[in-house]
Design a protein. Structure first.
Length: 159
């Protein structure tokens, strides 16, 4: 009986050794802390921040009296492409952001597509609003929701 238990434990340990192990930080789109990739991503996001913030502000001013903020450390880079081929300098960047108001109260999730060309021209080419949270703000932040939005929302619920 002891031999069978030892054999099973040996077999299980051999299988476990063969399985790939993943770092806690091996999450897609999240570089390792203090790495060059993280440094470059932070520079990259910092340079794009005015365009990101403007597109978020343009969208949310229809619904809120305060313009939400996007935290540069909370930008998920979904994809970066060179559609014109290797070593060309036209890039299509797709990101996801979680704008917030006040003490980091999320108001939504948005996907933004940005193009950058080799001479420094940056354009937001697509803004997709994925999910809204602004109607779920706590009572002390309900005053920033534009009135016509809550009225329309309430009338849609009662129908």
């Amino acid at each position: 009986m002891k031999k069978k238990i030892i054999m099973v434990l040996l077999f299980v340990s051999l299988i476990c050794i063969q399985l790939p192990s993943y770092s806690v930080y091996a999450i897609p789109n999240k570089p390792l802390p203090h790495s060059k990739v993280e440094l470059y991503q932070d520079v990259f996001c910092s340079l794009l921040m005015p365009y990101i913030q403007k597109s978020v502000g343009d969208y949310y001013t229809k619904f809120l009296t305060d313009v939400p903020t996007v935290a540069p450390w909370d930008i998920d880079i979904l994809n970066v492409e060179r559609p014109d081929g290797y070593r060309t300098f036209f890039f299509v960047i797709k990101i996801q952001v979680r704008p917030y108001v006040g003490p980091h109260l999320d108001v939504g999730i948005d996907r933004i597509t940005i193009t950058v060309d080799g001479i420094g021209e940056v354009k937001v080419t697509k803004f997709e609003h994925i999910k809204s949270y602004y109607l779920e703000l706590p009572p002390n932040y309900q005053n920033i929701i534009k009135k016509n939005i809550t009225t329309n929302y309430q009338s849609n619920i009662t129908k």
